[in-house]
Write a protein that binds this ligand. Sequence first.
Ligand code: FPP
Length: 252
Amino acid sequence: MAIFGKDESGAAAQLDKERLPRHVAIIMDGNGRWAKKRGMPRTFGHKAGVEALREIIRHSDELGIEALTIYAFSCENWKRSAEEVGALMGLLLEYFTRELTELHRKNVRIRILGDIDGMPAGLEKQQQALHAAVERTAQNTGLKLNIALNYGGQQEIVRAAKNLAQKVVSGEIGADQIDAHMFEGELYTAGLPEVDLLIRTSGEMRLSNFLLYQLAYAEFYVTDTLWPDFGRDAYDEALLAYAKRNRRFGGV
Ligand code: FPP
């Protein structure tokens, strides 16, 4: 059954609630190029990127998607210029300051995937805002919004392995008890449904150290659209493309 009424057109009109992904992950790429095309500094693109993010969160919530995981800042992004990192951290703080009440009102549950406490000195306000957002929304039962920040997929896997090694050393578990289910319990995504769909904007064909474990059977959708231009219609197109996929999970 189509989700939307007769006023919707294009992909939205064809979306079938039964075939929506439970968990969507997004690599929001192309902010810099979007700004460059307009003769503007990269930070202008990131600002526009936050607006696009706001629209995609709102639409995920309207559609009833269970979990949305977005790649906001990787462990490797600290290599960018101090000016760009500063601008991104400023946007992050502004976002949580401005949006938290509204997200909470919408019953959104926020989680941060990544090492909040390992962020460089000088970002204490950001750390406090992130912890506060997680705590304030912890009991919410609506959209699960997961923000990957100071995140790396390899780092996450190593961290999980270390946690399990410590449990073996302390005698809490035996090494032979470790299986995929137990391993998943040590990842930042513990308890979330598996990722069904990965969207990457701006046409790049790489994972960039994002959710390396969790993407095992995810469907990929890559679009040339740059992130600030990725609105609800582009999102509907991606969801429709996903709905048409035949997922086999290694079977035939
Ligand atoms: C990739 O584009 C984008 C990022 C590294 C940052 C994404 C962050 C946001 C959209 C906003 C911050 C998030 C929150 C939660 C407020 P790029 O800069 O690599 O673009 P390029 O490949 O065109 O250079």
